[in-house]
Design a protein around this ligand. Sequence first.
Ligand SMILES: [Fe+2]
Length: 178
Amino acid sequence: MAEIRIRNSGERITGEQNVRFFLDRQNVLYEHWEASKLPESLRNKFTLTDEDKNKILSTFETEITDLAGRRGYKTWDIIALSESTPNLDELLQKFEQVHTHTEDEVRAITAGRGIFIIKGDEQTGYFDVELEAGDVISVPETQPHFFTLMDNRQIVAVRLFIEPAGWVAQPFDDPAFV
Ligand SMILES: [Fe+2]
């Protein structure tokens, strides 16, 4: 279950109803997939073969096609990051810069953990969404954000896209970022 931390106040928001209510108000899609559908051998595996990736995609085929049908995604793939990812530190440095996209950025976490840092409305400012397996989130198009890993530095997620040009990160230089 996702948890929220508001950066300006340090306030934490927990509990499914509260998290859903908060994200809904910030126009951030939040849904849940049953992560335990995944075979046990894949729940803690972060270096994946093509066969593993296909197994994850087929396990969640119903959820993926339902989400894609509702929201217009045309392609999807699996991203896996862990200490065994070459240049993980460099990659994270690149990720950890506030940016926007021309399409929404959707991630369904199937193993591990991660954080989206998102710019909320004026009153709220930046907030962290801490995600775990089963959490599905979509950052709206043009909303400033970035993604990073949590202390365990490992994650597997399904990414869904409308078109390749939409994923390009546009840097967003924000003096308000804390
Ligand atoms: Fe992004």
